[in-house]
Design a protein around this ligand. Structure first.
Ligand SMILES: CC(C)=CCC/C(C)=C/CC/C(C)=C/COP(=O)(O)OP(=O)(O)O
Length: 290
């Protein structure tokens, strides 16, 4: 009897919070909404320590917080979300810690693609961004399975940065771009164009045109699957980017609430979007002038 009562109370609570979210989101939607929000999920271990829990429990609570946050983002019609799940620098942590985090990541990737998952409920396509050669075969295969299983979803995009750093991404993109240009020049030369290099550069008054432009590099970035982020939310009050989306964050708002990642909730998303809306006119003006 007591259990039934508790369930009813919890259902009622969920119903009220879902209704109040709907109201707040419809007010927020009157203003400009970000297309893309990226998250640096900082503070899982500190939260675990503060609550006298094991490190792994901090990451598990972090994952639960992530699922809630994704739900809020999709309710608000944010089409692109990117998360920093594990950086290349994180491989320098204690080997047992790296291993247990990877086991959790693999388990959660499998959960993400279950039929009843949030990802399928909201039609989300998953991409993994990063150097997947650095993770174990089983994690890599799980990531590939998740990308393949969600390839038909088209309502939203979730990019999971795994074995990622921005500098690594930029170096690979520049390398791929140079390879592509070299190939272009080679094929022009072999097809009879006398000087492939000047054909790529352009002749006459265009002679000084650059061989590589920003777009050439950009299209080779892992993150090219989404537009640049409008907001990066980093928890734990840190205002550093820690090698996350450096290229893509040129015009991005950084929002850094001082709570730890497992504590993030609906109100932090609302404040971040309000901050974005307050800055929007200024940003638009600035981009027009430049
Ligand atoms: C499939 C999928 C999306 C899985 C995500 C799982 C998950 C929540 C991973 C977080 C890992 C991580 C390095 C968090 C940062 O907190 P921290 O360890 O740096 O904590 P600290 O800042 O307190 O040291």
């Amino acid at each position: 009897m007591e259990k039934v009562f508790k369930n009813k109370i919890s259902e009622l609570f969920q119903c009220v919070s879902s209704l109040s979210r709907k109201c707040v989101f419809s007010v927020l939607s009157i203003g400009p909404l970000p297309d893309h929000i990226a998250f640096i999920m900082d503070g899982n271990r500190r939260y675990a320590k503060r609550c006298n829990l094991l490190e792994g429990a901090g990451h598990k609570l972090g994952y639960a917080a992530l699922m809630n946050m994704l739900k809020y983002c999709y309710e608000l019609n944010i089409k692109f979300v990117t998360i920093y799940a594990f950086s290349i620098d994180n491989f320098r942590r204690r080997p047992e810690e790296v291993q247990s985090t990877m086991i959790l990541i693999q388990e959660k990737i499998e959960d993400l693609i279950k039929e009843e998952s949030l990802v399928n409920q909201y039609g989300v396509r998953i991409y993994f961004l990063g150097n997947l050669k650095l993770v174990s075969k089983s994690v890599r295969l799980a990531a590939e399975r998740a990308m393949a299983a969600t390839a038909g979803n088209s309502k939203a995009v979730l990019s999971i940065c795994l074995a990622y750093t921005s500098t690594d991404e930029i170096v690979h993109a520049v390398q791929d771009c140079c390879d592509e240009k070299k190939e272009e020049i080679r094929s022009l030369e072999s097809s009879g164009t006398e000087n492939g290099l000047s054909a790529v550069r352009g002749n006459g008054k265009d002679k000084r045109k650059d061989i590589i432009v920003v777009h050439d590099v950009e299209k080779h970035m892992h993150a090219a699957v989404a537009p640049d982020p409008d907001i990066i939310i980093r928890t734990s009050g840190e205002t550093r980017l820690s090698n996350f989306l450096l290229w893509q964050s040129a015009w991005c708002l950084l929002y850094a609430p001082s709570i730890l990642w497992p504590q993030i909730g609906f109100r932090h998303l609302v404040w971040a979007v309000v901050e974005f809306q307050r800055n929007f006119c200024y940003l638009k003006q600035k981009m027009k002038l430049s």
